[in-house]
Design a protein around this ligand. Structure first.
Ligand code: COA
Length: 326
């Protein structure tokens, strides 16, 4: 079977930095509270960039890094829960801006696990010989769906986009070795972001839902820690590998304490977990792509390294990919 591998990475975050001290001027919070509970020091907040714009900028960099042209793309998948519109999709907007005329394009919704779901979906097309080159993007403007009066949520999130170009692995080395996706709809109330309330000639609602992120923080925390540990264990077993074989683990960047707890119960050194959430906060579907791009450009990862990517988030959803960097 042919493997899918990453041949290029890119990312984009808005220039505008909002520090914890800036937030303390908006809601009743402090740098001390946010830093000690989450590890987050600052986040990027859009001053006008839309999800599709950030997705486009990240995509451009990934395509350049992959050394291909937009016309080589067969498919564009964008993972997002904050699209510019219900229609057209962010992926179609990016396709137009890139001039990727051959590519099919669609959005995918799996909240903070979106990048993992999109990469696994992409791998299916590649492994089955349907497509050769796929652009996978995770992009979010979470700042537009935050209640800026709710200190329990608005301090956690940020805006940004990450992208990868995936293709067929040309050698026996490199590419995706194992992956898995989970969903648990029974826990859907842990993290929600309502849509438009039904209103038509037959239904006149008394109230309308507010399109803000709502969260049961402690339940999400426990779900996240468990998900990271369970996904790592499952993938190691699927790949017939030991944790010692893994050089790096990139989890969804939500909270440093989540990563710390997961490392502890997995009995894996915290040093193997890449962390950049102190600079970006939780960027949902964008976080894993941004982290991967940073590691790639800083040459932290090198050919032959085994890496595990783990996502978790609303749905609830979780999932992971074990790959060899090529
Ligand atoms: N600043 C100051 N105080 C705050 C605050 C803030 N930003 N947010 C909440 N508080 C207060 C609460 O009001 C509460 O006060 P009280 O004791 O007087 O009632 C106190 O801090 C403790 O709140 P609690 O919600 O119990 O804190 P916690 O220790 O569970 O930490 C989170 C809260 C959100 C940091 C933590 O639950 C968490 O990280 N959960 C996972 C969230 C996540 O990652 N979501 C996305 C996943 S994809």
């Amino acid at each position: 079977m042919q493997h899918a591998r990453i041949i290029g990475t890119g990312s984009y975050v808005p220039d505008n930095i909002m520090t914890n001290d800036d937030l303390a001027e908006i809601v009743d919070t402090s740098d001390e509270w946010i830093s000690s509970r989450t590890g987050i020091k600052e986040r990027r907040i859009s001053k006008g960039e839309s999800t599709s714009e950030m997705a486009y900028y990240a995509a451009l960099k990934a395509i350049e890094n992959a050394n291909i042209s937009a016309m080589d793309l067969d498919l564009i998948i964008c993972a997002t829960i904050t699209p510019d519109s219900f229609m057209p999709s962010v992926a179609c907007m990016v396709q137009e801006r890139l001039g990727a005329k051959k590519a099919a394009a669609f959005d995918l919704s799996a909240a903070c696990t979106g990048m993992i779901y999109a990469m696994v979906t992409s791998a299916m097309f590649i492994e089955n010989g349907v497509y050769q080159k796929i652009l996978v993007i995770g992009a979010e403007t979470l700042s537009k769906v935050l209640n800026w009066n709710d200190r329990s949520t608005c301090v956690l999130f940020g805006d940004g986009a990450g992208a990868v170009v995936m293709s067929v692995s040309q050698s026996s080395r490199g590419g995706m070795i194992a992956h898995h996706l989970f969903s648990d709809g029974e826990k859907q109330s842990y993290l929600t972001l309502p849509s438009i309330t039904l209103k038509n000639p037959y239904v006149q609602p008394e109230t309308t839902d507010v399109p803000y992120i709502l969260m049961k923080g402690q339940e999400v925390f426990k779900y996240a820690v468990r998900s990271i540990a369970d996904n790592i264990k499952l993938l190691l077993s699927k790949a017939k590998m030991e944790k010692e074989d893994i050089q790096y683990i990139i989890t969804h960047q939500a909270n440093f304490r989540i990563i710390e707890h997961a490392a502890k119960i997995s009995d894996i050194s915290l040093d193997k977990f890449y962390v950049n959430l102190e600079r970006y906060g939780n960027t949902s579907a964008a976080s894993i792509g941004i982290a991967l791009d940073e590691m790639n450009r800083k040459e932290i990862i090198s050919a032959g390294d085994k890496i595990i990517l783990v996502g978790f988030g609303g749905g609830m959803t979780s999932g992971a990919i074990l790959m060899e960097w090529a």
